[in-house]
Structures are given as structure tokens and as C-alpha cells.
Design a protein around this ligand. Structure first.
Ligand SMILES: Nc1nc2c(ncn2[C@@H]2O[C@H](COP(=O)(O)OP(=O)(O)OP(=O)(O)O)[C@@H](O)[C@H]2O)c(=O)[nH]1
Ligand SMILES: [Mg+2]
Length: 391
């Protein structure tokens, strides 16, 4: 006689579950296995990750080594130069980073000003950047802490250098920000005006006790300015190993208008989709001003019975470009509803891709589909047009 028991398997892929080796098939965390009842339908870790949809937009990642470097900065009372890329920075914040720098003097540099549309207000843009920092919990950010930087304009770099000098009080300076934000480009402009008055040279190498590669530029005999490696952009299109180069904004962005009716959809390439699903205005439509790279195809679609099938057809036929091979169907997406909490100009944006701006009405709901693990946000509008105010 033998005792026969059924072997527990993954409900999705059917592999036999095991809790010993995460590198082997059918792995499941031991606590998840123990806490499940014998008749529960359970998934192996691989299927769980593949099928799981995020309940809140994916957040930016940061390494422990980076945090340990910031702990040194905190201990020293160093000044932080926080670089953000004006085109897409809203999803790049990390709470652990902000918590570590909250008591330090901070200069905020918003790069790629030259890529923003013409005729927008300098002061409003600075206030918007500060507002985004405050919204992330960095409460003390003010518009006057922000410098808008076009890396071709030496006056911008001079302004930034002056502000750093004023704030740093003889202490070191850490230039931080997401990968590709423009830290090294800023440091290059900074170096053009830099005179080394110390008896030490500029060096590139690992930051103490870490594998982080930093540029170390002596500001005097006891302090440095560090160009640090960018924080993670796993939650951005730009953090994916394969993303289409056509999404990159490399020339001044030109806004495009698209009118979308209630329950219709704005298809953004084969990459994302935004549907107004509840509108209180009598017009029952929204005019989106769209800020994306020029080769990102946009299409306003009127309501159809099966919008999911239609979007999938567009993706499959590559009817709108660009597309990516890791976003093939609705199951590959995270879906979020943004219900507006106030009236006025609002934005909905997608990490690394761009944003749409529209006149918001309190209570209206917009549904956003993005590839799984790509960050998204809703905010007050980044750009409010004012004539003749470009600096
Ligand atoms: N048009 C424009 N491009 C910029 C500006 N600043 C940076 N860039 C470009 O943005 C890209 C990334 O800039 P980097 O300075 O390498 O960014 P980083 O923050 O040092 O990136 P990591 O070292 O990877 O973290 C480069 O192609 C730069 O030429 C700017 O003000 N305007
Ligand atoms: Mg760099």
C-alpha cells in the first residue's frame, strides 16, 4: 500500500511548486506556501510577477550603496544639487532619497529647458518643479530654489554655480538625480568655469566603500563636488533595455491637440492609452494638448463596443508607432483611474514618454493604460501658456 497525496502545482503554468531554490522552476516563497490552504489556487513566483498588476503606479528604484553615500552627505551637512529632467521627472522620485536629504541645503536644477515649448513662464515653471518636490514630501522646496538649465547656455550654469557657492558653506556638494537627468552635462558646464584652487586633482573612481563610480572635483582643500551615478529608472520607458528611440525628445517639443469624446480614447503610439470615462461638462469631450516626441503617433478614437480589441489590433498591426515587443496586449498593462480633485488645468503623464494637458473639472475621471511597471502621474499642469515670457 502507498499513501497518495496530490502534489501542489502553480495554477497558471502547472509547474510543481517548491520553496527551496528561487532559481529553479516552480519557486514560491515558503511563507506564501505555508499560509495557503490546501485547496487555494496558488501561483509560482514567476507567474505571480508576470500576472500581477500594480495597484499604484510603479515607483523609482535606488540602490543601498547610493543611500549609504547620501548618509555620508547627511553626516557632513553637505549641499545637494538635485537635477531633474524637465521633460519627464515626475515619477523619478524615491522617498528614501528625499528623507535623507530633507534637512540639507538643496539647489534644484531643472535641465533641458531648451526642449520645452516657447513662450512659457520661467517663474511658473520653477514653481511647478518646486510643487512636484513638495508633493513628494520635500515640503521646504520653493520656486526660488529652482534653476532652469539649458546646457548650451553658460549664463544658466553661472547662475547655478553662484547658488551652490552661496549655499554650501564650505561643505561638499553631491549632484544627484535620475539616470539621464543631465548631471554630467551640468558638471561639464560647471567645469568650464571652474578654477582648481586646491592642491588636489579631479578624479573618477569608486566612492568610498561602494562600487558607485563618481567624479570627484575638489572645491577647496577639504571639500568636493561629486557627480554621482543616476538613481534608478526601472519605472520609466527609458529604463527598459529595449525602448524605441523615437520616444526621445531631442528637439524643442511642439504641442499637438487631440479632441477625445467621452468613452473614446487617445491612443499614444502602441504604448499607452487614455480614456475620459466620466465627464461632467455638457460637451462630453476633452481637448488634450499632447507633449510627446514628434514621431510618437497619436490617434483620437471614438467610442466602440470593444475598445480593448481595437487597441490590441492597433498594437498587433503596428498601426500607430512606436511599439515595443513587451507590450502586446491589455494583460501586459497597468490600468489606473485618475479622478480629479479640483478644477483647472491638469496633466496626466507617463514616465519617460510625455504628458497630456487639459482643462480639468472636479470629479471627472480619466482611465490610463500603460505597460506594466511603467510609472504614471496626475498633477497640476506643467505648462500654462503666457505670452512673451520665455527667458
Ligand atoms: N537638450 C538638452 N539636452 C541635455 C541637457 N542636459 C543634458 N542633456 C542630454 O541628456 C542626456 C543625458 O545627460 P547626462 O548629463 O549624461 O545625464 P546624467 O544625469 O549624467 O546621466 P547618468 O550619468 O546616466 O545618471 C545627454 O544626451 C545630454 O546631452 C540640456 O539642458 N538640454
Ligand atoms: Mg552622468
Amino acid at each position: 500500500m502507498s499513501i497518495i497525496t496530490s502534489v501542489r502545482r502553480c495554477y497558471h503554468c502547472g509547474k510543481v511548486l517548491q520553496d527551496k531554490d528561487p532559481k529553479k522552476e516552480g519557486y514560491i516563497n515558503p511563507t506564501a506556501l505555508i499560509s495557503s490552504r490546501s485547496n487555494d489556487l496558488i501561483l509560482c513566483q514567476e507567474c505571480h510577477e508576470a500576472l500581477h498588476q500594480n495597484e499604484v503606479p510603479a515607483a523609482a528604484d535606488v540602490s543601498d550603496e547610493f543611500l549609504s553615500m547620501l548618509k555620508d552627505a547627511k553626516k557632513e551637512g553637505a549641499t545637494i544639487v538635485y537635477l531633474v529632467d524637465l521633460i519627464s521627472f515626475e515619477c523619478s522620485f524615491n522617498k528614501e532619497v528625499l528623507d535623507l536629504i530633507v534637512d540639507l541645503p538643496v539647489v534644484i536644477i531643472a535641465s533641458k529647458w531648451d526642449l520645452m515649448p516657447k513662450d512659457i513662464s520661467v517663474e511658473r515653471t520653477k514653481e511647478y518643479v518646486a510643487h512636484r518636490f513638495r508633493a513628494e514630501g520635500f515640503k521646504k522646496a520653493k520656486g526660488t530654489d529652482v534653476i532652469l538649465l539649458d546646457y548650451n547656455n553658460s549664463a544658466d550654469a553661472t547662475l547655478a554655480s553662484g547658488m551652490i557657492k552661496k549655499k554650501r558653506n564650505g561643505k561638499s556638494v553631491y549632484v544627484i538625480g535620475a539616470k539621464g537627468a543631465g548631471k554630467s552635462a551640468f558638471l561639464t558646464s560647471f567645469l568650464r568655469q571652474f578654477k582648481n584652487t586646491s592642491n588636489r586633482g579631479i578624479s573618477i573612481g569608486a566612492y568610498k566603500n561602494t562600487s558607485l563610480e563618481v567624479w570627484q572635483i575638489p572645491l577647496d582643500d577639504t571639500s568636493y563636488i561629486y557627480d554621482t551615478p543616476g538613481t534608478g529608472v526601472k519605472n520609466s520607458f527609458l529604463g527598459k533595455t529595449t525602448y524605441p528611440k523615437d520616444i526621445l525628445v531631442t528637439t524643442r517639443i511642439t504641442p499637438r491637440k487631440q479632441v477625445v469624446v467621452l468613452n473614446g480614447s487617445l491612443f499614444i503610439g502602441g504604448l499607452a492609452r487614455i480614456d475620459p470615462i466620466s465627464l461632467s461638462s455638457e460637451k462630453k469631450k476633452t481637448t488634450f494638448t499632447c507633449y510627446f516626441a514628434p514621431k510618437v503617433g497619436l490617434k483620437s478614437v471614438s467610442p466602440k463596443n470593444d475598445m480593448t480589441a481595437l487597441f490590441q489590433k492597433y498594437i498587433k498591426n503596428k498601426a500607430l508607432k512606436p511599439c515595443v515587443d513587451w507590450f502586446k496586449c491589455q494583460n501586459d498593462s497597468d490600468v489606473f483611474d485618475f479622478q480629479l480633485e479640483e478644477d483647472g488645468p491638469r496633466d496626466i503623464g507617463i514616465a519617460g514618454l510625455g504628458w497630456v494637458s487639459f482643462d480639468g473639472v472636479k470629479g471627472d475621471i480619466y482611465r490610463l493604460y500603460v505597460p506594466k511597471n511603467i510609472g504614471a502621474y496626475a498633477s497640476r499642469a506643467k505648462i500654462i501658456k503666457e505670452k512673451g515670457t520665455k527667458k
